[in-house]
Design a protein around this ligand. Structure first.
Ligand code: UDP
Ligand code: MG
Length: 140
């Protein structure tokens, strides 16, 4: 099934000038980048984006981190895009992500792990809509 998923290059990876290298890995994987922009989240917007985690102990630090500098947000499209993008990223904790994965190569720790990916079709739809209008998606 052709899916769409949200990708975010997080502030740690943008600051390290690795956004281009991460986008290059995405493109060479065969996933299509159908939208892309750079922006900085306010702490309130970061809180809304991660509201599913609001009860978790790391929520405050996570929203601080995600609003600490610019991010690059994009939409990926392709067969099984949600799972393929999560596989390319690797585990949440870069130390547990396989060699060659994006989080292993570009992440620092379980919080500053370089990238975000949606985890299911319903969350992907909501996350894409959080950042993009339908007319900004360059599909077909
Ligand atoms: N996170 C954290 N501490 C943790 C677990 C997660 O700071 O113990 C951060 C990390 O940046 C992660 C994000 O919260 O990417 C969302 O967590 P989730 O469990 O959804 O992981 P993901 O789907 O990003 O792999
Ligand atoms: Mg998640």
């Amino acid at each position: 099934m052709i899916e769409r998923t949200l990708c975010i290059v997080k502030p740690d990876a943008v600051e390290k000038h690795t956004a281009g290298a991460i986008l290059a890995k995405i493109e060479s994987s065969g996933l299509r980048l159908i939208a892309c922009k750079m922006l900085r989240l306010s702490i309130d917007d970061a809180g809304r984006f991660y509201s599913v985690h609001r009860e978790r102990p790391f929520y405050g630090e996570l929203t601080q981190f995600m609003s600490s500098g610019p991010i690059v947000v994009g939409v990926l499209e392709g067969e099984g895009a949600i799972g393929r993008w999560r596989e390319l990223m690797g585990a949440t904790d870069p130390a547990k992500a396989p060699a060659g994965s994006i989080r292993r190569e570009f992440g620092t720790n379980v919080e500053r792990n370089a990238t975000h990916g949606s985890d299911a079709p319903e969350t992907a739809r909501w996350e894409i809509g959080f950042f993009f209008a339908e007319r900004e998606l360059c599909s077909d």
